[in-house]
Write a protein that binds this ligand. Sequence first.
Ligand code: NAD
Length: 276
Amino acid sequence: MNADGGKISLLARWLAEGSPGRTVVFSGAGISTESGIPDFRSPGGLWERFDPEELSFPRFVASAQSRRRYWEFYRENWRLSREARPNPAHCAVAALEQLGRLSVVITQNIDGLHQKGGSSPEKVLELHGNMWEVRCLSCARTYPWVEIFQRLEQGGEVEDCVCGGLLKPATVSFGQSLPGEVLEEARRHSINSDLFICIGSSLVVYPAASFPQMAKHKGARLVIINREPTSLDDMADLVISGEAGPVMTAVTDLLKKIDLGLSFHGGERKDGNCPF
Ligand code: NAD
């Protein structure tokens, strides 16, 4: 078995031996690149074409020109993401829930692919919100994203809310506060975890990147699966360098085999609703 095979076996063993329901998965944009949604920082990522400063919340509120640029960014995001399907990594994460290992998925992603891949919505903590809802910043009334997308596609502009407030996708922009309840839930699950698996994140965006550190300081094993080094590799118990889909599929396949061996007379097994 090569080094990565050994690492995959080790992770499957940690999952099998850990306390049920105490594994946290923490995902970033890299888990969705195999679904065709680019991340921000890789070559060809969105930050090569858009300036994050210009898309910040203070700029959005202050300037009509920045709002136009922001909506261009969202038009592109919606175009890219509306047909996206969950990939084997999302499905493997859903399988961890079905196998009784998962506490929650803490995700930085706004694409909703964990839920599409079969993770229960109540198990997915969306730190940065969700792009499939547009909300008024003043009265919180919501609007269907499709209507706004169509208006933008036809060269139109986004109108204000009926109350006069500004509309914005229900995502957290730079300079905007993260939802307090979600943050608290994420903190609680992180400090109670015994295994914390980061998948496809550069681990440089805060406060999101503080959760793996909290988990590690409270005694959890920290695992990082990424195709390039991350800022927290030095603190990790295990770093698996590779593509999220194949790595996670290999891990869950092995875990299922271990489970079958452990519970030979075991009860009914639930199959995921994933196409893989
Ligand atoms: P990031 O772009 O900073 O890092 C992504 C990491 O994933 C990189 O280190 C890259 O090497 C790695 N990666 C890419 N494809 C991979 C693959 N197939 N397998 C393994 N590793 C892979 O993204 P981040 O850490 O999530 O943080 C940036 C912000 O990006 C977040 O706030 C998030 O809200 C936002 N974002 C979300 C989406 C989405 O919802 N899909 C897309 C772009 C950006």
